[in-house]
Design a binder for this molecule. Sequence first.
Ligand SMILES: Nc1ncnc2c1ncn2[C@@H]1O[C@H](COP(=O)(O)OP(=O)(O)OP(=O)(O)O)[C@@H](O)[C@H]1O
Ligand SMILES: [Mg+2]
Length: 308
Amino acid sequence: MALLEVNNLNVYYPIRGGILGGIQGYVKAVDGVSFRIEEGETMGLVGESGSGKSTTGKAIIGLAKITGGQILFNKEDITEYIGKNHSPYRKSVQMIFQDSYSSLNPKKRVLDIIAEPLRNFEKLTNAEERKRVDELLDIVGLTPDTAVKYPHEFSGGQRQRIGIARAMALNPRLIIADEPVSALDLSVQAQVLNFMKDIQKRFKLTYLFISHDLGVVEHMCSTIAIMHKGRFVEAGKKENIYRDPKHIYTKRLIAAIPDINPRRREETQVFRDKIAEEYIQKYNEYYNANDQVYDLKKISDNHYVALP
Ligand SMILES: Nc1ncnc2c1ncn2[C@@H]1O[C@H](COP(=O)(O)OP(=O)(O)OP(=O)(O)O)[C@@H](O)[C@H]1O
Ligand SMILES: [Mg+2]
């Protein structure tokens, strides 16, 4: 069953200017995006900087105002409740961010950081709260003495675990992870990603996993959507996207994945140059006269491409 269904989502930001600061136009950060995520699955959202990935995530959790479209959670249309503070939906959906430094208040102890959502949504006694915080620390692999420390006393990977503990406090069903490991060293990235997979199984979590790194997405996701200019250029099962990319933008992203095998590096570079050339020559076949991405068309089961 689809836990989350997004239909024709638009998020437009007004561009103001002129002497009176009137609205001169709109940035279409998200422009007609539709997708669904099955319960327990991970969908990856990939694309270059500015393609609208974070805005999509923020719209789903109420941090960006929705201009148009509809969001269903557990089959229920919750579009108009998203911004409302105490709806049950606000407990069921949580977000974790790339930069755990700025998303964790540096002046607060870990205890207060993790307990914040509990204090907002649940009336627990001090003892109950402390018990729950210890449980959450245990889930993310940190010891109870962590609770009295401050964010700067931790490594980046540990801080990301604290962010995850906070996100888990209210037993969410969907977690939107916006570049959760992009700021971490490679070895620490792998630890955090594997840990996210473990808790996914244990708690039957559904993830919307946002990243510009196709390698990370391949490791984490079963379905993938590639975003460009606020729209999806290609979407489907991971295997279809990686083995048989159809849109020139997807091909270019995949060609840019670093090859760890040094013997293949030269070959990879030749391939990359070929795709770069094709991107320039065939660009007009993939974008309309207004330089916009076409609507998605189904080309096979679990594979959609934006073509004329
Ligand atoms: N609050 C805002 N006001 C105006 N424009 C915004 C706002 N937030 C985002 N935008 C614009 O919307 C577009 C999409 O931004 P978004 O942050 O969603 O991209 P992204 O894919 O997450 O990029 P990155 O990989 O750099 O995080 C960009 O052109 C951005 O400048
Ligand atoms: Mg972003």
